[in-house]
Ligand binder design. Sequence first.
Ligand SMILES: Nc1ncnc2c1ncn2[C@@H]1O[C@H](COP(=O)(O)OP(=O)(O)O)[C@@H](O)[C@H]1O
Ligand SMILES: O=P(O)(O)OC[C@H]1O[C@](O)(COP(=O)(O)O)[C@@H](O)[C@@H]1O
Ligand SMILES: [Mg+2]
Length: 474
Amino acid sequence: MELSVSFFAARPHSCVLPVVPARPDLKLRRRPLTLRRRSAIRAQVSDPSRCRETDDDGFVLEDVPHLTNFIPDLPSYPNPLHKSQAYAIVKQTFVSPEDVVAEKIVVRKDSPRGVHFRRAGPREKVYFKSEEVRACVVTCGGLCPGINTVIREIVCGLNYMYGVDDILGIEGGYRGFYSKNTSQLTPKVVNDIHKRGGTFLRTSRGGHDTQKIVDNIQDRGINQVYIIGGDGTQKGAALIYQEVEKRGLQVAVAGIPKTIDNDIAVIDKSFGFDTAVEEAQRAINAAHVEVESVENGVGVVKLMGRYSGFIAMFATLASRDVDCCLIPESPFYLEGKGGLFEFVEQRLKENGHVVIVLAEGAGQEYVAQSMHTVDGRDASGNRLLLDVGLWLSQQIKDHFTKVQKMAINMKYIDPTYMIRAIPSNASDNIYCTLLAQSAVHGAMAGYTGFTVGPVNSRHAYIPISVSISFPALP
Ligand SMILES: Nc1ncnc2c1ncn2[C@@H]1O[C@H](COP(=O)(O)OP(=O)(O)O)[C@@H](O)[C@H]1O
Ligand SMILES: O=P(O)(O)OC[C@H]1O[C@](O)(COP(=O)(O)O)[C@@H](O)[C@@H]1O
Ligand SMILES: [Mg+2]
């Protein structure tokens, strides 16, 4: 998902601080193209999970690794979907190996054709016999609506489409590989889990130990690993894939990107994001109702987004009740001309109330300064954020009572965990199902070291290393 707005007004007549959450990472990967057509090269970029082919018309294929890259004699088999009744009526069941998805759909007539990814979906040939598959599913990192749907559909997809019945649930994130027992997942066990929030398999931060995890994969005879998680999880998945390749194991590693923050590169958006934006409306609406019912009402709503303001900005755009949106990508200041205090005062004079939405990662430097706190980290190494919502509410209150001598009615709402903990809505359920099925088709077809996701609305296989190329986090 790319935001191209450089300045936006949340509702008519309101001045909103600039918003420039560009994703510059996408631009860096194109190189000058001098190769002749038909002399496509397979280039290994910095890490082995990344192979690109380049043609002289500027066609670039960001390919995903295949098990046959390091196990050349691996036998293949006809896809069992050949015999599936459900697919019998479909004109074209299988995706052609030539099908690719363009990263950019808006291009100039004479510009190079640009970066492409393999189209996701079932292939004619598979590289696993169904009865020999032993798959596992793990969920890591923070919660997000839809995780249970993805788990359910991996299990049901493997079972119903490919006849796989040996699927293990890894409990409690990466550390579950080596410190917990596994559970057996069947369509019956996961039948109803999509109706619940959270993760049926439980999750954790920290605890990624590549050697121990791959030892465990090997010891348990697992040959397909489905890893549901955010940017940190996918970095861990890339290391697992590399180790599997180093050991020459026939193990397909598939990542399914999960993050409510939407900070995964290339894909249109992450699952659960729509649900989160929808749920955020309820908090914004409550703030609006509260502040318009009192004199000089100031509503502050804090939404999730560690380093990206996607939820805050989309909830703002959808709501139309928000006067100002603050996000980490765009610095703001409080005092003086053009500052937030001046803007709040102006809106109170004009309209009698004001609603501010802010992403939790915004203004962290100010909060740290005023609280004199040390930099804390969670078990995964993510910076622990300070409560910018509480801090901002206090700053506004102090400014108006002490400096402006003006009484205001402050209503601060922090719905963050409530938003993250709900089940996914209808459109996210469909999206999660497609992601899970794409991952299953990819792993059965022998692809590995890949993540799945929609690129310009078409599901594609993306090298894990590319999906984690979102700008480095502080
Ligand atoms: N750079 C990394 N290399 C290997 N594993 C990582 C890395 N960053 C995070 N992880 C692991 O991924 C898991 C989830 O990471 P975290 O950042 O908490 O959540 P998310 O994946 O949602 O971003 C944790 O178990 C953590 O140890
Ligand atoms: O669950 P925790 O450890 O309190 O972490 C909260 C953080 O998790 C998130 O919801 C999502 O982060 P991840 O996707 O990286 O797991 C952030 O928006 C938020 O800052
Ligand atoms: Mg993360």
